[in-house]
Design a protein around this ligand. Sequence first.
Ligand code: LLP
Length: 404
Amino acid sequence: MNYKSKDFLIDGIKVKELAKRYKTPIYCYSLRKIKENIKKFKNSFNSISPIICFAVKSNSNQNLLKEIGKLGLGADVVSVGELMKALKSGIKPNKIVFSGVGKTSQEISFAIKKKIFLINTESESEILAIEKIAKKNKKKINIGIRLNPNTDAKTLSQISTGKKENKFGVSEKDFVNLVKYVNNSKSLNLKCISTHIGSQILDIKPYEKMLRVLDRIIKKNNFHFEYIDLGGGMGIDYENNQKNLSLKKYCSSVKKFLKIHNSKIIFEPGRSIIGNAGILISKIIYIKKGYKKDFVIMDAGMNDLMRPALYNAKHRIIPASKNNKKIKKIYEFVGPICESTDKFSSIKNFQKLDENDLIIICDVGAYGMSLSSNYNLRPKPIEIMIKNSKAIVINKRQDLKELI
Ligand code: LLP
């Protein structure tokens, strides 16, 4: 993904050709990059050979899931919809973990019927609900219990999940009591302690703290778990400033931890597998003069890419074709939605832009399409995948007539 002379290419294909062929906005993914990310992830954690379950919430496109499954990953799902999609994509039930605070009895029954690997529970009520269904079906069900380690992930507050004020997991005290309860249950099989402290984590320290908390609780109570699920959260370099989480360092910390605890590690990465493998291609509809800046009004809006509006998240914005005409203006890149938060970025000293020019929003492979909506009654974008330097449509643009 880079410029060749003036034009931006994704795996050998000019973005402007894709725009001509498919119209904009387009979500475009590089399969090569996904493969590269998975290889890097596996290599970094090679010495502890973890089970890797891709977080389907980050991107639930069936064709992408198929490819990710073929590369040996399982799935981490949080709804019956995601579970069905993972199964339909060929991911085997024995490689699927089910997380989430609000699984309904229908969702639990479906997961049990499909014999998935693990249900990671998040409350006493959920454990009782699973036990009831298990008893009714005369089955013994593998579960994990999610611990809330009260650890600050040092990321955006909106995507932090491991502090005691967050709804996720159970407190240490409840955890200890629930372990006792489950160990005495004839219908439940306690396999795993799980945790997930947040997303887009770039600092190793929160992970080290999380491991120290797990270490202390396991030792203090003399527990042993066959599996320890550490969740996902590994951050990526959105701002291109080389601030990266070192997966290798993370691996060394886990390895140290495993010297004392003889368990198999599960990871649930989403963003680190697919985040930087996707771009959003958009066209400028109008350029409008404001008081102190020019508004670049694009045909992609917050309904297509929600992260900037929702979390004030930063995504790099680049032109599809370079023209080397620098101008001293502030461009505010916005969408067509009737909301003031429908803006992606304000940039000084961008190149001179014209109406109909193409713009690329970077690193949208994770939580881009999966967070998109039909707000303002806009159809969801087309998704394409570049595989062996060929563009393949992996999800058609939503049909406006059908939507209406
Ligand atoms: N496991 C659990 C239990 C999770 O809740 C999540 C993400 C993951 C794994 C995957 O985390 P990742 O490796 O992708 O960071 N919409 C937000 C992110 C929300 C993440 C929710 N949970 C965003 O656009 O940044």
